[in-house]
Ligand binder design. Structure first.
Ligand SMILES: Cc1cc2nc3c(=O)[nH]c(=O)nc-3n(C[C@H](O)[C@H](O)[C@H](O)COP(=O)(O)O)c2cc1C
Length: 200
């Protein structure tokens, strides 16, 4: 099959777009508002975009609290979601009011970050402390503004639980890093293989 994605006429029971871009890592984003309300929510339109300096992005469908807080205070933290934290991660995605603290809602511990104001998830084995670089209000090929917002941040501090570092490395298969597939599906990294790049 082939479908025109501008018209969106896939004719399938469910839109296959996100199932094709899968697995997607989950940025479990903590932020704080100008008036001090802490916020936590998962974003699977999330990724690292470069490493020198390290930068990440997440994109919000609508101006959700995470974007508003980033605009207000210019900082965010990307917490690592693992299989063991799947239920807490899911609970933190509930569409609750701006002033509801999803750390409390999901029964998670808000631990102070080192270099930014938003706390990290204490139960998560790793967290990236970020300073906001930009929020891009996305527009389509006709220049029409979409109700989509992309936050870009530079990672200025990295927390890793010492217990998950073995021989100077992190074993993601042991952490069982959680990722989003299409529809309501998820996966966790359980196996891996290595390849070296070809040389000329
Ligand atoms: C695994 C997962 C991934 C999600 N990814 C996104 C995403 O990439 N963009 C988005 O706008 N919402 C996403 N959501 C929904 C948000 O988490 C949800 O709307 C949340 O209430 C937003 O919280 P906030 O308003 O506190 O930022 C996702 C939800 C789940 C469970």
């Amino acid at each position: 099959m082939f479908y025109d994605a501008v018209k969106g006429e896939h004719g399938l029971a469910h839109n296959p777009f996100k199932a094709i871009i899968a697995p997607r890592p989950i940025g479990w984003i903590s932020t704080i508002s100008r008036d001090g309300h802490v916020n936590l929510a998962p974003y699977s339109f999330f990724n690292g975009i470069c490493d020198t300096p390290p930068m990440v992005m997440f994109a919000s469908s609508g101006r959700k609290d995470s974007i508003r807080n980033c605009e207000e205070t210019g900082e965010f933290v990307c917490n690592l979601a693992t299989l063991a934290l799947k239920d807490q991660m899911n609970r933190s995605s509930a569409p609750v009011a701006h002033d509801v603290d999803e750390f409390k809602l999901a029964g998670l511990t808000a631990v102070p970050s080192r270099m930014v104001a938003p706390p990290r998830v204490g139960e998560s084995p790793a967290a990236l402390e970020c300073k906001l670089l930009d929020i891009i209000h996305l527009a389509d090929i006709d220049g029409r503004p979409a109700d989509q917002y992309m936050a870009l941040g530079q990672v200025i501090g990295v927390y890793i639980d010492d217990a998950v570092i073995r021989d100077g490395m992190i074993d993601v298969a042991e952490l069982q890093t959680l990722a989003r597939l299409g529809y309501m599906d998820y996966t966790a990294v359980r196996d891996k293989f290595a390849m070296t790049r070809p040389v000329e």
